[in-house]
Design a binder for this molecule. Structure first.
Ligand code: ASP
Length: 358
């Protein structure tokens, strides 16, 4: 009966009531999660030096974003700060060190979304911009569009004063070798990449605003202007102050088909609205970490059922920072105002989710 009443009340609730700003929490809190890709990751296949190198770079990116948030800065600035560091590192599949197309070029995709007003910017197939996430953000702030691709996006970059970066900057020996092995042995991108190295960050700032950003080179050997989920708002990236901020990494075709990032936010929003209607006190309306974890896991299970793999990071308005992946590992990190600060690579099982104690 309670469920029926809540459902009817939800249906009758005016859209304006549903589309509220994030509720102010009693004490300012912030939260940040980052990823540098998910995939087949095992300790046996990695030297201790390499592991330390990845962890140090994840920590540098996490610290850069966390500093913005701890200092009272905006979630949008925090996600950009973290993503730029990973774009500049050759370890990840974004910016320098991006995987290569069949023709041996780096073609970069990125997207960013501001949970305050759901303004969003995205670029795809760009070859000349050092930090694609900054160009995506300029599309958001300085154009009437959400997504620009290829030469048009590069023309926009030129007009906005972005420097032209040569292809040689992006191309690394590791990615050349992967492409050569793929061609010589007729392997798939998954065989040579082993992991998805896309980078992303999601943040909640002290004002209760959320943001999400994702940047990638796509998948090795991509052809015909292939674009994955990373630059597609709703698939690889989504942010909505009412529910969550999400960034994804994985086999993009499956994330596109599920609409992963929006699907997670939409389901979380439904739970929050339901909780608000049925709560006896304000506190009871808050999202529990288990609810966020359950929903992220369910959507990732859906991806797996279709045949895809990868992972997501998300933060909620309550400050929960959640990981969910259906691969053996994910390069990841999270930091919160409650003192959580950690980076990790491996998962102990096929699917691992994790949330901080709140
Ligand atoms: N999702 C990206 C794509 O399909 C790849 C990745 O996550 O590394 O383009």
């Amino acid at each position: 009966m309670k469920t029926l009443i809540a459902t009817i009340a939800l249906a009758l609730m005016p859209a304006a009531v549903l589309a509220q700003e994030a509720p102010a929490s009693e004490k300012p809190r912030w939260s940040l999660a980052i990823h540098g890709g998910a995939g087949t990751l095992s300790r046996d296949a990695m030297t201790p030096e390499k592991e330390a190198e990845y962890e140090a770079m994840l920590q540098t990116a996490l610290d850069a974003g966390a500093k913005v948030l701890a200092d009272g800065g905006d979630a949008m600035d925090a996600v950009k700060a973290a993503v730029i560091i990973m774009e500049d590192s050759p370890l990840f599949n974004a910016g320098k060190g991006a995987v290569l197309t069949w023709d041996g070029d780096a073609e970069l995709d990125a997207s960013i979304m501001d949970g305050r007003d759901r303004s969003a910017g995205a670029i795809a197939g760009v070859r000349t911009v050092k930090n694609p996430i900054l160009l995506a953000d300029r599309v958001r702030t300085d154009s009437p569009h959400v997504m620009l691709v290829g030469e048009g996006a590069e023309q926009f970059a030129l007009e906005k004063g972005f420097a032209v970066t040569p292809q040689s900057y992006f191309i690394t020996p590791m990615r050349l070798d992967a492409l050569e092995r793929m061609k010589a042995k007729q392997l798939s991108a998954l065989d040579v990449d082993l992991k998805f190295g896309t980078v992303g960050a999601v943040a909640l700032d002290q004002k209760g605003n959320m943001a999400a950003a994702t940047s990638t080179g796509g998948m090795t050997g991509k052809r015909w202007g292939r674009v994955g989920d990373a630059p597609v708002i709703g698939a690889g990236t989504y942010a909505d102050n009412r529910a969550c901020a999400v960034s994804a990494t994985g086999w993009g075709e499956y994330f596109l088909r599920v609409g992963v990032a929006h699907e997670i936010c939409a389901r979380l929003r439904g739970v929050k609205e339901f909780n608000a209607l049925t709560a006896e006190s304000d506190g009871a309306a808050a999202l529990q970490p288990e609810e966020a974890e359950y929903i992220a896991d369910s959507v990732m299970a859906d991806v797996k059922d279709l045949g895809g793999d990868g992972g997501v990071i998300l933060v909620t308005p309550e400050g929960h920072a959640v990981f969910s992946f259906n691969t053996t590992g994910m390069y990841r990190g999270r930091a919160t105002s409650d003192g959580v600060n950690e980076v990790a690579i491996f998962g102990s099982e096929d699917k691992v989710s994790s949330t901080p104690d709140h």
